[in-house]
Design a protein around this ligand. Structure first.
Ligand SMILES: Cc1ncc(COP(=O)(O)O)c(C=O)c1O
Length: 368
């Protein structure tokens, strides 16, 4: 039987040729592919500006700097995410103010945000976890009322819609990521979107060693970084973008195949379904097991049958390095409870229905 993978990318001959063409051209950095990739992504998302970067993490760091988040400032964020959504402001020595999550959406609980605001609060960094849009209307209202910056981490949510609008087009700085397990990949890569010209020019310059608007080669206006995407990565991104709508449709189909089978297995609970305001973009296929089921044992037994599955996501505040910030078990009980019972199953754009069948049959037997 073919080896089952957790979340491989979908790569076609066109993708390979697009990258090969760039490699042969010798223009490997700061060229046309990047310029076009940014324009095409901005157009697809329905936003004015896009800055392509070396990763989602570096794009997030730029959004934090553009938000003038500084040492000692507090940033309100979710503990149920990939660590980069917190690390990006720890780099600036800002302080995490985690707010527990909503157990249904797994996103930050907007009803708890205001209680966490202090005089030191500078920004709200919310994540659209597993591709499900956070409660942006309320987040924007709270941010306005308390004069806070907003940073959106939509690394997992390319193509998701909030109130009918694609994430990334709501106006505030939003970040996407293109690691190989994402809806679309550039190998490594990220994107920052904004409707604000100043933020665009600043982040574009910061990503390119702090060069100013005119991008003169040895003139540096700010303390900058090398967060540039390569031309090879941008070319792969452009090629993938041509198929993005199709890739998203395939993922939706795969999610439906899973849903048909998993909803019949006792003990397995599915992620929240879409509603009027929220349209998920399928990034990973995560299920929640009933509390009495030993999730880690299920993962081991799936692995014994050749099925990779992952405990996903561990709570950020319980990561070993977070101890230095004083967090401890029990601080965010809903996040901790959900993170103990969630697991990701194999999921990718080209996953065959027969593989999903196989995974679900084995899972049902193991749980029984
Ligand atoms: C929520 C979230 N934020 C940020 C990132 C970071 O992206 P990258 O791995 O491209 O740096 C990821 C990547 O998985 C993510 O899931």
């Amino acid at each position: 039987m073919r080896k089952i993978l957790l979340g491989p990318p979908s790569i076609t001959n066109d993708d390979v040729q697009a990258v090969a063409r760039v490699v042969k051209s010798g223009n490997l950095s700061l060229g046309e592919e990047t310029v076009k990739f940014e324009l095409e992504m901005a157009r697809w998302l329905g936003v004015k500006y896009a800055v392509a970067t070396s990763s989602g993490t570096t794009a997030l760091h730029l959004a934090v700097i553009a938000g003038q988040v500084q040492a000692g400032d507090e940033v309100i964020t979710t503990p149920f995410s990939f660590v980069a959504s917190t690390n990006c402001f720890l780099y600036e020595k800002a302080v995490p103010k985690f707010v527990d999550i909503d157990s249904k959406t797994l996103n930050i609980d907007v009803n708890k945000i205001e209680k966490a605001i202090t005089k030191k609060t500078k920004a709200i960094l919310a994540v659209d976890v597993f591709g499900y849009p956070a409660e942006w209307k309320q987040i924007i209202q709270i941010a306005k009322k308390h004069n806070l910056k907003i940073i959106e981490d939509a690394a997992e949510a390319l193509g998701a819609k909030y109130q009918g609008k694609k994430l990334g087009s709501l106006g505030h700085p939003t970040v996407f990521a293109f690691y190989p397990n994402k809806q679309m990949t550039t190998g490594e890569g990220g994107l920052l979107t904004t409707n604000d010209k100043k933020i665009y020019e600043l982040t574009k310059g910061l990503a390119n060693q702090g060069r100013g608007k005119d991008m003169q080669w040895l003139k540096h206006e700010y303390l900058g970084y090398n967060y540039r995407i390569t031309e090879m990565a941008a070319a792969l991104g452009r090629s993938q973008l041509k198929r993005l709508d199709q890739l998203l449709a395939l993922r939706l189909q795969a999610a439906q195949w899973y849903k048909e089978r998993l909803s019949k297995i006792p003990g397995v609970n599915l992620l929240k379904t879409d509603d009027k305001n929220h349209q998920r973009s399928w990034f990973v296929y995560v299920i929640k097991l009933d509390k009495q089921i030993n999730r880690d044992q299920v993962i081991i037994e799936l692995s014994n049958k050749g099925i990779p599955a992952k405990a996903y996501l561990p709570a950020i505040h319980l990561q070993p390095y977070m101890k230095t910030y004083g967090f401890k078990p029990g601080d965010f009980p809903i996040c901790e409870a959900e993170s103990k019972r969630t697991l990701a199953l194999p999921f990718y754009s080209d996953i065959p229905e027969s593989t999903i069948d196989f995974v679900c049959n084995k899972l049902a037997k193991i749980i029984k």
